[in-house]
Design a protein around this ligand. Structure first.
Ligand code: MN3
Length: 213
């Protein structure tokens, strides 16, 4: 079994002016594609070759010596989830049960935005800031280094912000905060609400993320 690069859910220039076509093109065609290629090379002849992507992430995270597989599998999945977290169309802000959960866990939507922005700004080095649903249905923001992924903690991801330098360097050089500010204008709240409503990773998402041949 080998993994394919899933199609980008929008045109490369669709997020402009918030995220440039150049950034999306390089991020998708070079970085995301690079992780897919590397993962396929690494899993040949290993037990991982028979697993779907979420299982590879969880299993390889438990085994010392499989860090390269974990890193590349995580990066493949994380980027697919990142693209799905973004929308070229302005989305209505969260409402209903999702908004209730945000207010319960963070105080307000603006406080949630402030906290996530601070975490994204302050994460040292490369990584991801995840919004996850805990087992008690409360929400939590989780900064994770490198290829970190909440599936390894048994938590359900709802939204992610990529804070690797390659996500913003072409647009903003070292100014990560400007990128995070623009990221907020691109959030696919519909996707977040769908994930929040699901009991587990829903089937369509899984299908989208694990196009295997
Ligand atoms: Mn990236």
């Amino acid at each position: 079994m080998s993994f394919e690069l899933p199609p980008l859910p929008f045109a490369e220039n669709a997020l402009e002016p918030n995220i440039s076509a150049d950034t999306v093109r390089v991020h998708y065609r070079k970085h995301h594609a690079g992780y897919v290629k590397k993962l396929n090379e690494l899993i040949v002849g290993t037990p991982y070759a028979k697993m779907d992507l979420p299982k590879i992430i969880v299993e390889s995270s438990k085994h010392k010596g499989d860090e390269a597989i974990f890193n590349n599998a995580g990066q493949v999945w994380n980027h697919s989830f990142y693209w799905a977290s973004l929308s070229p169309n302005t989305q209505p802000l969260p409402k209903g049960e999702l908004l209730d959960a945000i207010e319960l866990s963070f105080g307000s939507l603006s406080e949630f935005e402030r906290t996530m922005t601070d975490m994204a700004k302050n994460l040292f080095g490369s990584g991801w800031v995840w919004l996850v649903k805990n087992h008690d249905k409360s929400l939590q923001l989780l900064p994770m280094k490198n290829a970190g992924n909440p599936l390894t903690e048994g938590l359900l991801p709802l939204l992610v912000c990529d804070v690797w330098e390659h996500a913003y360097y072409l647009d903003h050089k070292n100014e990560r905060e400007k990128y995070v500010h623009n990221f907020w204008s691109c959030i696919n709240w519909h996707f977040v609400a769908e994930n929040f409503a699901a009991e587990k990773l829903n089937f369509n998402l899984k299908q989208y993320l694990t196009k295997a041949s």
